[in-house]
Structure formats: C-alpha cells, structure tokens
Design a protein around this ligand. Structure first.
Ligand code: NDP
Length: 299
C-alpha cells in the first residue's frame, strides 16, 4: 500500500507515522517539508501537484486548523485549511482512485441533549472550527472518492501540549483550580486513532464497501472537571509535585468561563457503527490517559 501522510507532526500525524509504517511505503509531509513537497494547507491548490507526484493508493490527512478560539478571528484561514484544502485532496483522490482518510470532530454538532450521537445525527456547528470541519467532510462526501472520515473528540498525545499537561502544570503552581464540569465527552488518544486508522485501512482494502463516516472515541465519558481530577490525583498518588488540595479542584459551568468559540456541552459520540464494521474494541478513556501520563511523567 503506497501512502501519502499529510500533517505528519501533529498529535495524530505523529502517531500515524508509527501506525502506518507496517502497511507500506509512507511519504510523510508537512508544512515544513522543503519544496517541492511542502504541504501547506493555507495554499490549497498547491496540494494537487503533491498528490499527483506522489501517486498514492491512500492519502491520510492529519493536518488541520485546530486552534478553536483563534479560528473565530481568522475564519478564512481556518476555511482554507479545514475545508478548501480537504476538497482539493478529495478531488485528487477521486481522480486517481485513492482512498482518503480524514479526521473530523464532535464540534460539527451543537451538543444539545444528553444522548450519544450517531453518524447520521443532524449537524449544527457552533463555531468557525466546527463549520469549517463540517464543510471539509461535505466536500469529501461530494467528491465521490473512497473515504474514511473518523469523527473524534478531546484528542491528547504524550507529545506536545494537551489538557492533561496543562492541568498538571497548574496543579503544581496553584492552590485552587477551577475546571468546566458541564461539557461531557471522551478523551481520545492520538495513538488509538492512529491504530484504528491502520486497522480500518487494512479492512477497507479487502472490503471497500466499509468506507464511510464513523465516530471514533475511547469508551466511557467524563467532564473536563473529572478528567482534571483524574489526572491530578494520578500524579499525586505517584509522588509528583502537586500543590492544589483534592477539594480545591472546583467545578464551574461553561457560562462562567467565556471563550471566543462556543463549544458543545454534549460531545458524546456513539461508536457502535465503527465497532461493528471493523470488529473493534474501544478501551475506556482512563486506560489511554494513564498510559500517556506514565509516558510523560514516569521516567
Ligand atoms: P494538531 O493541532 O496536533 O495537528 C494539526 C497539524 O496540522 C499540526 O501539525 C499543524 O502544524 C498542521 N497544520 C496547521 N496549519 C497547517 C497548514 N497551513 N498546512 C499544513 N499543516 C498545517 O491536531 P490533532 O493531531 O489533534 O488533530 C488531528 C485531527 O483530529 C484534525 O483533523 C482535527 O480537526 C481532529 N480533531 C482534533 C481534536 C483535538 O482535540 N485536538 C478533537 C476532534 C477532532 P503546526 O503545529 O505547525 O501548526
């Protein structure tokens, strides 16, 4: 399998470099790769020549404008990266008969209610990020290319900054921490997403009818508040320097923590379709977070 991986240095891109390696020859690019392989999604049309030159059987796109609040003040850039560039990849994939793998988000939904959403639930994004990610999805589906779109949520990785690391830093410095407790979702490891991608790609190669849009998150659910407490107490129990007392991590509602972008309260995604189609078991979110914490803290 000849694979073109774009966005190789993001959380998911980095893990994909590892997980895709056994599938075949991987050409991994990002915006810092020297010309003529520089894959800059803010210049969408330049991606067409890259896909044609690489002539892959699979294009995996892990690049995105993921700065959710910043996107509110730079909607054109977010749209170029999350939608227009993705449309170019889809068009080129369709032209050469390649499969396109892409990642999307729970932010395509408005987060009303309390039930987990299935893939066909009505979309209604609340933010520029959500709208541009949805537009990217729609361009892929309209292109007619064979595709795998994995919608996920609350992605973390051992590499780079993430919510857990931020909480640990704050917990070591502050006596009181306030964390939002009314947004509910599932923290999902970039390593899990990459491994699911590799497994699904192998399966789709044998059974192309399984291509499509799927929800892919770790099992279970939590709030940012309980997630923060889980991380801080895990670190405290292992003797890492934590200043904040257990009862000084306090819940606050979203309305008391205003941000430029609105976020869905209910980020629950139903993964039944993915598990059934690909015969997968999705581990509880705590398992992946503990592993990431061990990688980050225990050495
Ligand atoms: P990251 O932000 O870690 O990675 C995104 C990558 O895209 C980075 O390497 C970034 O480079 C790159 N990028 C940004 N701008 C450009 C550009 N103009 N041209 C080329 N590359 C660019 O995101 P994740 O790995 O977490 O996200 C992977 C996918 O999962 C994305 O599609 C995202 O929308 C989706 N997702 C992520 C969630 C999350 O919580 N992170 C939640 C739900 C879905 P640089 O770092 O140099 O800017």
């Amino acid at each position: 399998m000849k694979i073109l991986l774009l966005g190789k240095n993001g959380q998911v891109g980095w893990e994909l470099q590892r997980a895709l390696a056994p599938l075949g020859e991987v050409t991994a690019l990002d915006v810092d790769t020297p010309a003529p392989w520089r894959a800059d999604f803010s210049e969408p049309q330049t991606l067409a020549a890259i896909v044609r030159a690489a002539a892959p059987e699979v294009v995996v796109n892990a690049a995105a404008h993921t700065a959710v609040d910043k996107a509110e003040s730079e909607p054109e850039l977010a749209r170029a990266i999350n939608a227009t560039a993705v449309g170019v990849l889809a068009r080129e994939a369709a032209a050469i008969g390649a499969t396109l793998v892409h990642y999307s988000t729970d932010y395509v939904f408005d987060g009303s209610g309390h039930a987990p959403r299935g893939e066909d639930a009505p979309t209604a994004p609340l933010s520029v990020y959500g709208r541009t990610k949805l537009e990217g999805e729609e361009l892929i589906r309209a292109s007619g290319c064979r595709h795998l779109i994995l919608r996920t949520s609350w992605v973390y990785a051992a590499r780079g900054g993430n919510f857990a690391r931020t909480m640990l830093k704050l917990a070591a410095e502050r006596e009181v921490l306030t964390v939002i407790d009314d947004q509910i979702g599932a923290p999902t490891g970039a390593d899990l997403l990459a491994d699911v991608t590799a497994h699904a790609l192998r399966t789709i190669a044998a059974r192309p009818a399984l291509a499509g849009t799927y929800h892919c998150v770790a099992a279970g659910e939590t709030s940012w508040f309980d997630y923060a407490r889980f991380v801080v107490e895990w670190a405290r129990a292992r003797g890492h320097p934590i200043k904040v007392a257990p009862d000084a991590i306090r819940p606050i509602p979203t309305r008391e923590y205003p941000t430029p972008a609105r976020r869905p309260l209910n980020s629950r995604l139903d993964t039944a379709k993915l598990r059934a189609a690909f015969g997968l078991h999705l581990p509880p979110w705590q398992a992946g977070v503990e592993r990431m914490l061990a990688e980050v803290l225990d050495h």
